[in-house]
Design a protein around this ligand. Structure first.
Ligand SMILES: [Zn+2]
Length: 363
């Protein structure tokens, strides 16, 4: 989800004010070093925490441990904007993306261009996205993977296709294909996937055209932006007792009144206060779940490759004891149930060792 929503919601301003006050109150009570912005601290982390996977907090206010990276290239995907280092997620998220890329290819979509997932340890980001903080959100482009491989430079610069007319908020019919609908239906078909955020124009196109089974439309949720990509969100995973679930979507297809609201003037009014700081600009560690401090300070794997997901063929001993992360709540024994075998992909091995924690970035 992008934070660049185009209006100022009253409650958002209230939140910003509340966070601001919170930050000020904290500033008075604590040394200045403790008030570093969370986005700077999490944004500086290059590697995940080497432990079993655990999401902490909420999609827009949290962090995660035990993240894995999706490889830059797969048979049916390519990672876009690699310099951002946001190809990290909970192993279950990465597994769903990989599965979607395979299934979509079988459905006739040549492959996925993968946008932002999360930072290595999640948390708020320097730019974009209010959510994507706990490793359970991923952006997938609505442009199919080209037939010839993209160079690194092309992945940084290739522009995305805007699927929606900015004035009418309707899908551009010349660009929309049945394959787009099939891709979204496939993503919505997975039980792990709880919501898929799309531009209201895309939701409307689906509402107007999907015949037969419409049950999956329940998961397709209209939101600002999301006109060149869709946002796939999975639920809290086993082994994450401090992950806060989002309330379930209403049981209907969402094509009625709530969708009609998006085609009124109200959602598109100009932001009255465009320069107001966003939550991510104000959040300090005090605003995140307290476990996120331990996530920030815990040791990482030896390299990004050591924590890269390779399906079932990870050459790492999953049975090795896990490194101690004392302040993190213990995960349950059933934590890995139903997850791919690489869940413990970078459980420490003698070869990898446990590197010393990275020094806190200087101020
Ligand atoms: Zn997103």
């Amino acid at each position: 989800m992008k934070t660049a929503t185009r209006r100022s919601l009253g409650r958002k301003s209230l939140l910003a004010t509340a966070l601001g006050l919170f930050a000020l109150a904290g500033l008075a009570a604590q040394p200045a070093a403790a008030e570093e912005r969370a986005k700077d601290l999490f944004g500086a982390k290059k590697l995940p925490v080497a432990t079993s996977p655990q999401s902490i907090g909420f999609y827009s206010k949290g962090c995660f441990a035990g993240g894995v990276a999706i490889p830059m290239d797969g048979p049916t995907w390519e990672v876009m904007r690699p310099s951002r280092n946001r190809r990290w997620g909970h192993p279950a998220m990465i597994a769903v993306i990989e599965k979607l890329s395979r299934d979509a290819a079988a459905d006739g979509w040549p492959g996925l261009l993968i946008g932002d997932i999360s930072q290595p340890r999640g948390g708020p980001m320097m730019t974009g996205h209010a959510s994507h903080q706990i490793g359970l959100d991923a952006d997938i482009w609505l442009t199919p993977m080209p037939s010839s491989p993209l160079s690194v430079a092309q992945r940084e610069t290739k522009s995305a296709t805007l699927m929606v007319d900015e004035k009418t908020h309707l899908v551009k019919d010349a660009l929309w294909t049945p394959a787009h609908a099939r891709l979204l239906k496939r993503a919505a078909s997975y039980p792990e996937v709880e919501r898929i955020l799309v531009n209201p124009g895309i939701k409307k196109k689906l509402c107007d055209t999907v015949k037969g089974d419409r049950d999956w439309l329940r998961k397709i949720r209209p939101f600002w932006g999301h006109d060149y990509h869709f946002h796939m969100r999975i639920g809290c995973q086993p082994g994450s007792p401090n992950c806060k679930a989002q309330e379930a979507t209403p049981p209907d297809d969402g094509c009625g009144k709530p969708l009609a609201w998006w085609f009124t003037e109200e959602p598109w009014r100009p932001n009255k206060n465009p320069d107001a700081p966003k939550a991510r600009d104000l959040m300090t560690m005090a605003n995140l779940p307290k476990e996120c401090r331990a996530v920030l300070d815990a040791p990482g794997p030896a390299s990004a490759e050591a924590a890269t997901y390779h399906g079932g063929s990870v050459p790492v001993a999953a049975a090795m004891p896990e490194p101690e992360v004392p302040s993190l709540p213990a995960t349950t024994a059933s934590g890995a149930a139903g997850l791919p075998s690489s869940v413990n992909a970078f459980t420490a091995t003698p070869e990898i060792g446990i590197p010393l924690p990275r020094p806190r970035p200087g101020n």
